[in-house]
Write a protein that binds this ligand. Structure first.
Ligand code: IPE
Ligand code: IPE
Ligand code: MG
Length: 247
């Protein structure tokens, strides 16, 4: 069943304004480790624990769709040892999901260009997508993701389909997030006030929440604070009236 159909069926819209899609830029792992005199890799493994904690809490809050930014198209510039450490954690996460070790599971979709990963990792990713397809809550993992790459691949898909002119809807439906609602709220940890190539097309009307908290320190109460911030927003989408109902 498609996202909007399920949302209708299960009522959804957990806050006013409705919070259907929350996205996290999980930043600050390296600084978390550095503060403790540890290698950056330690920050990433603590970050992986925070990721599980936060997405599971979003299920408790009945948020139907969560997106996390795990690795950008620019993050390959980092030292090879750090990239290898992140990929190892990614594989561990995938394998855990397949053995059903986790208490709560979500229907996974990967956002980003998969072709950069080894055939073994790509096969694992496909298996996770297939084996989680029946879960009721959605999780997007943005990995080797870039907002610009997302738009470029969408346009190339449309060209291949023979389109010579496109609409906004065509592009939206060809993005990695096709047929999902845009993020209502984007939360960035780590104290940087930028989006760093995340959901460029999809974030035009997202509410933005920045916190200095480093990602491995992100707890349930920090998610609550972000949600409270969101509830206080008046979303107008260019109109003079605020949105009260999910579109
Ligand atoms: C975010 O934490 C994780 C990734 C980008 C993969 P960082 O590794 O960017 O941590 P800081 O920003 O250097 O502290
Ligand atoms: C953004 O963090 C990417 C992820 C969290 C995956 P970065 O640490 O790469 O962003 P910049 O370099 O500070 O903009
Ligand atoms: Mg960073």
């Amino acid at each position: 069943m498609g996202f909007f159909k399920r949302l209708k069926k299960e009522s959804g819209g957990v806050t006013t304004p409705p919070l259907r899609h929350i996205a996290f830029i999980m930043d600050g792992n390296g600084r978390w480790a550095k503060k403790r005199g540890l290698p950056r890799e330690f920050g990433h493994s603590e970050g992986a624990k925070a990721f599980i904690r936060v997405v599971e809490y979003c299920i408790d809050l009945d948020i139907k769709l969560v997106t996390v930014y795990a690795f950008s198209t620019e993050n390959w510039k980092r030292p090879q040892s750090e990239v290898d450490g992140i990929m190892k954690l990614f594989v561990e996460y995938l394998e855990d999901g397949l053995t059903n070790k986790r208490k709560k599971n979500m229907r996974v979709r990967f956002l980003g260009d998969k072709s950069r990963f080894s055939p073994e990792i790509q096969a694992l990713m496909d298996e996770v997508v297939e084996k989680t397809a029946h879960f009721p809550y959605d999780l997007n993992i943005a990995i080797n993701y870039g907002g610009r790459d997302d738009i470029v691949q969408a346009v190339n898909t449309l060209i291949k389909e023979g389109k010579t002119e496109v609409t906004e809807e065509d592009i939206s439906n060809a993005l990695y997030t096709h047929h999902q609602p845009d993020p209502d709220l984007i939360v960035r940890t780590g104290g940087e006030w930028r989006l760093s190539n995340f959901l460029t097309w999809q974030s035009t009307y997202s509410e933005l929440y920045f916190t200095k908290k480093l990602w491995p320190d992100m707890k349930e109460k920090d998610v609550d604070e972000a949600v409270e911030f969101f509830k206080s927003r008046k979303r107008r989408f260019g109109d003079v009236k605020e949105e009260r109902k999910a579109k």
